[in-house]
Design a protein around this ligand. Sequence first.
Ligand code: AMP
Length: 282
Amino acid sequence: MIIFKSATDISRYLIQQNQQGIRNAFVPTMGALHDGHIALIKKARAENKLVTCSIFVNPTQFNDPRDFKKYPHTIEQDILLLAKAGCDVLFLPSVETMYPDGLENKLHYQLGDLENKLEGKYRPGHYQGVCQVVHRLLNIVKPAKLYLGQKDFQQCMILKRLVEIIGLNTQVIVCPTRREPGGLAMSSRNMRLSIDEKKQATAIFEVLNSIKENIKNKDLDVLKNEAIHTLNQKGFKVDYVAIASTDDLNEVKKYDDNYTLIALVAAYLNEVRLIDNMLLND
Ligand code: AMP
């Protein structure tokens, strides 16, 4: 695996590869890698000749400075895991490389209503920060394919829109969420949970399953309120539980077979904010 820290160097290398007809698949991450990230790398590996991963903890997407400060860093282990998974190129930029003119956002992305609901509502500015960094990464890496995780469903929708806005010919591929044996969605933030908290956190998967099982025979508001109640009882502080259409993430009040529905949850377990989702009629 070749590791680049300079944007110019990686860009030059990938252009040379492209000129030889070798198209590039890209997996952007913030590091502290787990099996969810590695599944994306392995899928990209199986489907492409050249796989690039980036590790960059992007300061502009953290609306909570404490979350940024406490974000886990495990770079040596990450490098080993990536090499073992068959990643070809790792981009490891510094903040100065990604933001040579400072962190201020000079571009505003027209993301529509999508950036103001659910995650966007509870993390103001988050998706502008995500777009800011991914736009820069895409300009440097210019991938033919971009591999993302369903775990961040709303982010996948936002990034599909970003690819359209900037007019890149990049195919977005969304991969299923990888889970711990008890059902907890893998996340770098899980490293901040104790063993007991990890057990407690499986409640999120359980309420998502319960919504899915009962979607056709119970009122959706009742289902939602039951989920919030269960999570509160298990010690969570809930930001939202939503049952929404995958078209626009607008909440739905009645089950309708004509729409693909998704349940989404964001909740704090003590200091750690966890998100998860489940497709309901796939
Ligand atoms: P992150 O490092 O959290 O920014 O995530 C980098 C990429 O990995 C994003 O596309 C995430 O959606 C994806 N990802 C994170 N957790 C998982 C998971 N448990 N399963 C599959 N993909 C994931």
